[in-house]
Design a protein around this ligand. Structure first.
Ligand code: NI
Length: 263
């Protein structure tokens, strides 16, 4: 079982440095829950750097680097490309992300969001990496941009999927996977549950987006990568399949997309 999207760079001590003690505890919890690997995802320049550091520190952690649409101000293409170039051979930087559009939090800087989204797609293509896409209240513009840059030979994922079945169908045809967070376990998330029931087992993955979006039965507590199993189990039940089957498929989908060299 792999947590394909978490934010371990947010596990910091009081001096805002990586808290390796806490991360060690998280790794122990992952092991107890059968979660073998995790991909920690950057959302601004600083935590993209921290994500690389964490990934290089642990055999079973990989990372994505990129600037989230809410962090437009931190974007620096030269720095980001440097980070990718310097660490590409480590085998630990497996995607550009998370990148995308978010008109829920801010609509006043749409142009800037679009510009950095495009630049990061171009960066991913240049270095043959998949992309991790964040899309909130911006389905029209996101799709337009993805179509503009298709085909995506290296693929990508629409993370924390919360769109419609129709939209999922279009992006899957463009070569993307979708991935589900703990949101799918929430009683008011019937639309996400419908998508999870519908989607092919070779077209989706699971993630925590921790420390956010804790799945039931731990909703309200701080999330961590070990809880991805509750999301996976919930989806198995929804799809009326064995947990082992969903585990095997989602794990393989992640290994294939991110080209994980698992020891
Ligand atoms: Ni995230």
């Amino acid at each position: 079982m792999i947590d394909t999207h978490c934010h371990l760079s947010m596990v910091l001590d009081e001096n805002k440095n990586i808290d390796y003690n806490q991360i060690c505890d998280i790794l122990k919890q992952m092991k107890l829950n059968g979660v073998t690997h995790a991909i920690t995802v950057g959302s601004n320049m600083r935590d993209s750097e921290l994500s690389v550091e964490i990934a290089k520190h642990y055999d079973n952690i990989y990372c994505a680097v990129g600037v989230h649409p809410e962090e437009v101000e931190s974007f620096d293409i030269v720095e980001l490309e440097d980070l990718v170039k310097t660490n590409l051979n480590s085998g630990k930087v497996v995607a550009i992300g998370e990148i995308g559009l978010d008109y829920y939090w801010r609509k006043d800087n749409k142009e800037a969001q679009i510009e950095i989204f495009k630049k990061q797609i171009e960066l991913a293509k240049k270095y043959n990496l998949p992309i991790v896409v964040h899309c909130r209240d911006a389905y029209g513009d996101t799709l337009e941009i993805l179509k503009q840059y298709a085909p995506f030979d290296k693929g990508g994922v629409i993370h924390c999927y919360s769109g419609s079945i129709e939209w999922a169908n279009v992006v899957i045809k463009l070569g993307f996977l979708i991935s589900f967070t703990g949101v799918v376990t929430y009683p008011n998330a019937s639309n996400v549950q419908e998508v999870a029931k519908w989607v092919d087992i070779d077209k989706f993955m699971v993630e925590t987006d921790s420390p956010f979006l804790t799945p039931v039965p731990f909703r309200g507590k701080k999330n961590n990568p070990s809880y991805v199993r509750y999301t996976l189990e919930y989806i198995a039940k929804l799809k009326n399949k064995e947990i082992q089957e969903i585990d095997k498929n989602t794990t393989n989908n992640a290994i294939k997309l991110f080209k994980l060299k698992i020891k």
